[in-house]
Design a protein around this ligand. Sequence first.
Ligand code: PLP
Length: 397
Amino acid sequence: MMMSIEELDARYVLNTYGRTRGRNLFLERGAGSYVWDGEGQRYLDLVGGLAVNLLGHCHPQVIEAVCSQVRELIHVSNLYYTRPQAELARVLVEHSAGERAFFANSGAEANEAAIKLARKYHHPGRYKVITAANSFHGRTLATVTATGQEKYQQGFAPLPAGFAYGRFNDLASFEQLVDRETAAIMIEPVQGEGGIYVAEQSFIRGLRELCDREGLLLIFDEVQCGLGRTGKLWAYEHWGVLPDLLTTAKGLGGGMPIGVLLAGSKAAEIFKPGDHASTFGGNPVTCRAALAVLQIILGESFLDGVRTRSELFMNGLERLHSSYPGLVMEKRGLGLMAALELHQPLAAAAQRSCQEKGLLVNAIGERILRFLPPLTIAEAELEQALATLEVVLSTLG
Ligand SMILES: Cc1ncc(COP(=O)(O)O)c(C=O)c1O
């Protein structure tokens, strides 16, 4: 007899995703802000493939880009030039603090490239990277060490040397860590996996000044908060502070795996042939998908629309915060990247209850609910999500 998906997964897939805890759905189809399970049940998706589906599911222009590229050329390696990669580099550079791009396949790989570039920039000598407590930079050995959360590091010792952790929004804690071996400071302008914490202006400005004073590279990890998610193309635009290295990934490929490191003028000529590489990085299909995504995000008034929808959503979350003060401790966020922190460890229960009511949200840890709607979500869909959340909170409270 044919095994069920659950049986196949339990038997053949390494058990890294906690799927056996019974909150898993079998998703078969997606369109716009919705996904459907195998029984035809529809869900409004505020998880968005963990910040990937900026344009919702199966956006027609992404489909068109991928399908037409797949018919022409799927893969050739970086031994050769391909137009989609070169064009994508141009568009990204023209719209960022970067001068040159390196293409990878994920956020962790983009950050790994940034860490290597920072070390090469200072080589020989400085090699340490200071990151923030509660940050998330990926799961490779270097990026999980850059990640300032012990829970992700346990069991993998010895971790690579050369990482230290300041406290987010505490400039002095970073200043104290800088020594003669420090090469770079890396932060997420809005911490995502850590629970949606927004950097303060004085912190970001202070980090820039500190890096300039000490000759360090400033790296912004905009894997999650970049590409319009905060209502501006790059989160750093909110603070008017430019990084030396910028990484992004997640939403760039419209669901296709891609990551990119953008190196600004100081660091753009550091990597030489052979210093770094990726077999799939800059693959023409993913690059065509990314060009389609950027064309939409950079389109006239797209980001104005994100800011309008953000205001509606943030006001709604604030109303929930003030209506249920005994339950909701805090509302945080920027643009369409938001969280409600609960007083009690009820996030998983809230997530389950939302799911039963046709709304997908993401519980982080025990007390935080994270919301990453598509940037294209309709106002009526946001109202619907807020109404469901209200029902869920009223039953939990
Ligand atoms: C800020 C940030 N950096 C890096 C990563 C790692 O990206 P990936 O899972 O694509 O390797 C993530 C993933 O959640 C992230 O949020």
